[in-house]
Design a protein around this ligand. Structure first.
Ligand SMILES: Cc1cc2nc3c(=O)[nH]c(=O)nc-3n(C[C@H](O)[C@H](O)[C@H](O)COP(=O)(O)OP(=O)(O)OC[C@H]3O[C@@H](n4cnc5c(N)ncnc54)[C@H](O)[C@@H]3O)c2cc1C
Ligand code: FES
Length: 350
């Protein structure tokens, strides 16, 4: 893969409209030209990466989950909540209007249900509702699963998509139950309260997105209620520090050290058998061989490249996404993984 093909991944999209959701959150609706529809095809829960202009650094890259649903909405919508003192979110809320053009990478991410017919338990805190409402709309429009959503907010005025959720619940009373939790009324949700709420639905596929303490409390509650780790899916909102819009470096030959480890990688239903140089991250190896690996930041910060290690050992250079339990379950970040030469073939599934 050359620098040019990497640059070709991004497109400039035009904002068609801006919706004031709350006093500090705005939705940006993007027009997608017919020719780029396939490039921007997405699954509910995925996100876009935007290049936000900056006079200081040229640009910063920021990820925003799609609040729209591929099964329900024609346009792509992201919802940006202002971060106090933050650069990117405030730039977007202050400067993006109808007609603004923004460079965008295609949808990415693994926070997406495999099966829209499954029963789901969803937890959203604040702006964490954005990928979650995409999942809700998609399941109701294109699946048969039932959904319980706990949605926590500071107070009533900070609830994003409150009316939309009320309309959906009224239209699908047997399939969608929304439980609002207001910190101003009930205090922060405690582990015991979350566990009591999760207990009747233990074992369901569970999706969690919100501030870090909320996600930790929900994760603990789900585990205590008996939901297996593999069914707890989380999306962590962080800011990217690198530049995923820059060129992908050529993989370092075969190789600086000359040491390679045999690897079988299953991706998109195909198995690739490769020699993996010990100094080359897996995603770089795959891209260098023309294999369409999923990625966005390539810095261990977004989780797009998450895969499962089925056999062998790898070392991750950097990881801001997976916790100890995830790693113990075999999850890895492909963009940060280097092979460990243990004598056995490594097997990985994306
Ligand atoms: C997968 C994913 C999905 C997400 N989805 C959403 C979502 O749906 N909605 C949402 O609101 N957020 C979402 N986020 C979070 C979002 O990407 C940002 O982290 C968030 O908006 C805060 O960014 P910020 O730039 O405003 O704040 P910060 O990252 O805190 O900004 C401060 C940083 O900007 C730098 N900076 C300050 N001034 C400048 C300047 N002039 N030029 C360059 N740099 C400067 C500072 O050095 C500092 O590092 C998501 C994140 C991820 C990873
Ligand atoms: S591509 Fe973002 S963590 Fe690997």
């Amino acid at each position: 893969m050359t620098a040019n093909t990497m640059r070709d991944r991004s497109r400039t999209l035009r904002v068609s409209r801006v919706v004031e959701e709350t006093s500090d959150a705005r939705s940006l609706v993007f027009e997608v030209p017919e020719a780029d529809r396939e490039h921007f095809a997405y699954r509910p829960g995925q996100f876009l990466t935007l290049r936000v202009p900056s006079e200081r650094t040229g640009s910063v890259a920021r990820c925003y989950s799609l609040a729209s649903s591929p099964h329900h909405d024609d346009d792509l919508t992201i919802t940006v909540k202002r971060t106090s003192g933050g650069y990117g979110s405030n730039w977007l809320c202050d400067n993006a209007g109808a007609g603004t053009e923004i460079e965008v990478l295609p949808p990415s991410g693994v926070f997406t249900p495999k099966d829209l017919d499954a029963e789901l338990l969803l937890f959203a805190g604040g702006s964490g509702i954005t990928p979650v409402i995409s999942i809700v709309k998609s399941v109701l429009a294109a699946g048969s699963g039932n959904i319980v959503l706990l949605y926590a907010n500071r107070d009533e005025s900070s609830v994003i998509f409150g009316e939309q959720l009320a309309r959906l619940a009224a239209r699908h009373p047997r399939r969608l139950a929304v439980i609002h939790w207001l910190e101003s009324v009930q205090g922060l949700p405690g582990r015991g309260q979350l566990q009591a709420l999760a207990a009747p639905y233990a074992g369901r596929e569970s999706f969690v997105c919100g501030p870090a303490p909320f996600m930790t409390a929900v994760g603990d509650a789900l585990s205590s209620a008996g939901t297996p780790r593999a069914r707890i899916h989380t999306e962590v909102f962080t800011s990217l520090s690198g530049d995923p819009f820059g060129p992908v470096p050529e993989p370092a030959g075969d190789t600086e050290s000359g040491i390679t480890v045999p690897v079988e990688v299953e991706i998109g239903g195909r198995t690739h058998v490769l020699d993996w140089p010990v100094t080359t991250p897996l995603v770089d190896l795959l891209l260098g061989r023309g294999i369409d690996a999923p990625y966005s930041c390539r810095d261990g910060e977004c989780g797009s490249c998450q895969a499962t290690l089925l056999q062998g050992r790898v070392t991750m250079k950097h990881n801001e996404v997976l916790d100890e339990d995830d790693v113990a379950e075999g999850y890895i970040l492909g963009c940060q993984s280097l092979p460990e030469p243990t004598g056995e073939t490594i097997r990985i599934e994306f």
